[in-house]
Ligand binder design. Sequence first.
Ligand code: AMP
Length: 175
Amino acid sequence: MNLEDYIRNVPNFPVEGIQFKDITTLAKIHLAFKESCDRIIDHYKEKRISKVAAIEARGYVWGGVIAYQLGAGFVLIRKPGKLPYNTLKETYELEYGTDTIEMHTDAIEEGDRVLVFDDLLATGGTAKAACNLVEKAGGEVLGIAFIIELTGSLHGRDKLTGYNILSLVEISVEE
Ligand code: AMP
């Protein structure tokens, strides 16, 4: 099954010039959704993952399934002000300005073996910030998984050197 066939490209969303990769068209097809989950689960099933940490909101759709099937707990990484208890924060650079993500201080314990999941790798800033949060809390990042990796001009992998990265679909973008 070619998962790329199920991803919709939406030009100029949310702003002019962005080619938005819409994975709702993949998620809604049972066999495509199942295959995308299974390929990540198969890749990490021998790694004794204890927590899957996923980034809101699309990350949760796959993250919960992956955590359940790996026999791991699930950790929510969220935008600022959404988590109710004490949080660790990580701020990272965007093309214009900065963004921040948060995780509960007690979500990850010392020695946790963590798989970080997000739907898409673009510049790598979000995934790197998520890894920093996990490591601040004492967890070890065993891998970072994505459905889509944008390759070409963005060089997202360069921000993530040293980590085990899995992406199911590579899509080349030029700016
Ligand atoms: P980055 O931090 O640049 O790697 O951006 C990754 C985050 O932004 C992910 O959570 C994606 O959901 C979102 N994102 C960035 N670029 C796109 C795109 N072209 N299409 C869909 N989502 C995107």
